[in-house]
Ligand binder design. Structure first.
Ligand code: GLV
Ligand code: MN
Ligand code: MN
Ligand code: MN
Length: 399
């Protein structure tokens, strides 16, 4: 197995030469190209393709109708200027794991599937894990179709434009019922494996997390002629809220991030009329996330009163705690020579699937410890170790 050969086939797709980061948004050209690449890789391996009408693609080794399948895979889409590994690593290693199993003369006694899930990051339509949420019924097609991208186009419009039928969206209980368990391999998104000997870890849990839209409104006015005492500047309320979020998160051992902001009219010489920002909040327990968001909301309102502005806080997606299946987790950790077991603050389709089938995750060491950035990394040797680990897990569960 040469990881690099297959990896290099997708490396240029959606890559911004200036930042080195990826722009692989769901249902846009680069992501559709990756889906086509996946289909052709699956067909070249004699796998059976199945599409669920939600943008998710499944490639099966063995008869999928037999049920009790072992599913692996991940997603192709990226955050804006994201890293190469978050998502695609779980799909490329899965293809190579099937090659490895075949080279070892293994045949599956239950179907093995590789999934490529759509819009995991929620970078285009704002709702993370959209494909897996649609598949499982966690989000309705009506809500999904009305979601808008940054240019104001609804998902319904975007599907039609890219030649997809919006009417096919919706839960697939029959498909879900054929999945016996799900194991997602992913690049590690923190520093947990850097110091250790092991290139691969096993996930224990995903922190509760969510996204809240913050709309600050004030009074647009002239930057030169408006007295400082006459202003109703939503940027001030916003700036104070950013600092409050940071402070409130630190007080609770939680994480708060405001990484996306839009300003109107966005002019150097005008006091803004409106600032729209998104708060990403995460913590080890749901109660802590709730308390954090409540505290930030209260501080934002207090400050708005002082500034003569208004603020509205709207939840966009909230995910509770995910505890991965303990039996599966321990079986995999033991199989991988007592691989380290670690929780993560990152969301995954595995979190959504875990509400329906026993689910586990493997993490491949990331020497920078950085993710959602072009600096995200993994060595080829560690990715190959990931392939062997995944192949061992699939052999243990399905052969
Ligand atoms: C997705 O990767 C997330 O955790 O936001
Ligand atoms: Mn991600
Ligand atoms: Mn991911
Ligand atoms: Mn994720």
């Amino acid at each position: 197995m040469i990881f690099r050969e297959l990896w290099d086939e997708i490396a240029p797709i959606g890559r911004d030469p200036e930042t080195g980061g990826y722009l692989r948004y769901a249902w846009t050209e680069p992501e559709l190209e990756l889906r086509s690449w996946f289909r052709s890789q699956a067909l070249a391996r004699g796998l059976t393709l199945e599409e669920d009408g939600n943008g998710n693609i499944f490639a099966w080794w063995g008869d999928p109708s037999a049920g009790d399948a072992v599913l692996t895979g991940s997603h192709f889409d990226s955050v804006p200027h994201g890293g190469a590994y978050d998502g695609p690593l779980g799909i490329v290693t899965a293809l190579l794991a099937i090659d490895d199993l075949r080279a070892r003369g293994k045949t599956p006694s239950r179907p093995i599937g590789i999934a490529a899930f759509a819009e995991e990051e929620g970078s285009r339509f704002g709702l993370a894990c959209l494909g897996s949420r649609l598949l499982t019924g966690a989000v309705t097609p009506e809500r999904a179709l009305a979601l808008t991208d940054r240019d104001g186009h609804t998902l319904a419009e975007s599907l039609l434009k890219s030649g997809h039928d919006p009417a096919t969206l919706g839960p697939r209980p029959e498909l879900l019922g054929r999945i016996g368990c799900f194991v997602e391999l992913h690049v590690e998104q923190g520093r947990a494996l850097i110091e250790g000997e092991c290139p691969v870890g096993v996930a224990s849990a995903i922190w509760p997390h969510g996204r809240w839209r913050l709309d600050f409104t004030g009074e647009g006015n002239h930057a030169g002629t408006t007295l400082m005492s006459d202003r109703h500047d939503p940027m001030l309320t916003f700036a104070f809220t950013v600092l409050a979020a940071n402070k409130e998160a630190r007080l609770r051992d939680a994480h708060a991030t405001i990484g996306r902001v839009e300003v109107a009219p966005n002019a150097t010489n005008a006091i803004p009329r409106e600032v729209r920002a998104w708060l990403d909040a995460r913590a080890g327990e749901s109660e802590v996330v709730d308390a954090l968001v409540a505290a930030v909301t209260a501080k934002a309102h207090e400050r708005a009163t002082r500034d003569g502005t208004r603020v509205a806080v709207t939840p966009e997606s909230v995910s509770g705690a995910t505890e991965f299946d303990v039996v599966l987790r321990d079986r995999i950790a033991a199989l991988l020579d007592d691989a380290p077991i670690l929780p993560t603050g990152a969301g995954h389709d595995a979190g959504v699937l875990s509400g329906h089938v026993p689910t586990a995750m493997l993490f491949v060491r990331n020497p920078t410890g950085i993710s959602h950035s072009p600096a995200e990394s993994a060595t080829d040797a560690d990715c190959e170790a990931g392939v062997v680990s995944l192949s061992d897990v699939l052999a243990d569960l399905a052969c």
